[in-house]
Design a protein around this ligand. Structure first.
Ligand SMILES: Cc1ncc(COP(=O)(O)O)c(C=O)c1O
Length: 352
């Protein structure tokens, strides 16, 4: 529940998929950390800002996702821009899905590498671009685990095979898949069984992990390169250690029994919400916790959002340029905290 402009509204637009933003263990970890280390970090990581929770989080995430090393950035946005701009450069090529998140596009532009965009979730389109690409320079294919505005999961195995076949590295930004999918919530990369083929595994901690920050999980060589060359990492004050401590507590929950139970509740709620949307005469192609209701023009999306508001539901309209022209939508995001009664309220608000 949220209070907006004096109205009590049910939130259907939060990325707090497992309800960890306000979990007692996560809150306690942050409070304990403040008592031990204070609130602020006081400096950038390479000066005096590196504190035990930052380093422990990097160790735990590398181990959890089965890679040699991990690096913590202050946000997922900074992780994506900081990674791409540092790793890729003039003469290189980045192949990104057409619906890639703004942070991927901005990072690719900052890098100076040539950016080619393949049709959404379309391995053949990716292959056609790779075939035409010049032989020189490095190649990086970038996709997401769960697309943030469409809620769909790409054919990761096919994409990985094509990237490998054309000598390209592969990056998967699993901002919305980490904590939700795969064994122990390790994300869509592990669900697809391609962890060894993914060179760069991106994770944000502000969504299912209910905390804050972004991580790049990769080989020791890539992480060392970022420590030395990634500007958002080098030239920014380290995040408050309590945010890292909260993320550590969240990961502990995610990989344990409670995490599994929360995921099952989340999946059940998402299935139910999908039925509610279809029952109201709308179509949603998604099978994840992100359920877009695409209506077309911005005015229609604003109208539907206002109707939901009157029915006690908060789900803002998503309009171009965040999504392509003609695909304005309501993006319903489902959490483990939603109840049967919430679904009934959604059904009533959506009813024609
Ligand atoms: C796919 C994707 N990558 C990166 C980000 C950025 O993450 P953060 O909110 O931690 O900056 C987001 C969401 O905001 C996202 O949806």
């Amino acid at each position: 529940m949220a209070t907006l402009d004096g109205a009590d509204l049910l939130l259907f637009s939060s990325n707090d998929y497992l309800g960890l933003c306000d979990h007692p263990k996560v809150n306690e970890a942050a409070i304990d950390c403040v008592k031990r280390h204070g609130w602020g970090s006081g400096a950038a990581r390479l000066l005096a800002g590196s504190m035990p929770p930052h380093m422990e989080l990097e160790r735990v995430m590398a181990q959890f996702l089965g890679k040699e090393a991990a690096l913590l950035f202050n946000t997922g946005y900074a992780a994506n821009t900081g990674l791409l701009a540092a790793m890729m450069g003039r003469g290189d090529m980045i192949f990104a899905d057409k619906l890639s998140h703004a942070s991927i596009i901005d990072g690719a532009r900052q890098s100076g590498a040539r950016l080619a965009r393949f049709a959404h979730n379309d391995p053949q389109s990716l292959e056609a671009l790779l075939q035409k690409a010049p032989a020189r320079g490095r190649r990086l294919v970038v996709t997401e685990g769960v697309f943030s505005m469409d809620g769909d999961i790409p054919p990761l195995r096919e994409i990985a095979a094509i990237a490998r076949g054309y000598g390209a590295m592969l990056m998967v930004d699993d901002a919305h898949g980490f904590g939700v999918f795969g064994p122990e919530g390790r994300g869509t990369v592990h669900m697809a069984g391609i962890a060894d083929e993914v060179d760069i595994h991106g994770v944000t901690l502000g969504k299912a992990a209910g905390s804050f920050g972004g991580m790049v999980v990769a080989s020791r060589k890539i992480i060392d390169g970022l420590i030395n060359f990634s500007r958002p990492f080098i030239y920014s004050t380290a995040m408050p250690p309590a945010a890292a401590a909260a993320a550590l507590a969240a990961i502990d929950i995610i990989r344990g029994e409670e995490g599994e139970a929360l995921r099952q509740t989340l999946f059940r709620n998402a299935r139910k919400a999908g039925e509610v949307i279809k029952g109201a005469g709308y179509d949603t192609g998604s099978k994840t916790q992100i359920l877009p209701v695409v209506v077309g023009e911005s005015e229609e999306a604003a109208w539907l959002s206002a109707r939901l508001w009157r029915g006690g539901i908060y789900a803002p309209a998503i309009r171009p340029p965040t999504v392509p022209q003609g695909t304005a939508r309501i993006r319903l995001s489902i959490t483990a905290g939603h109840t049967e009664a919430d679904m009934e309220k959604l059904a009533a608000a959506l009813a024609p």
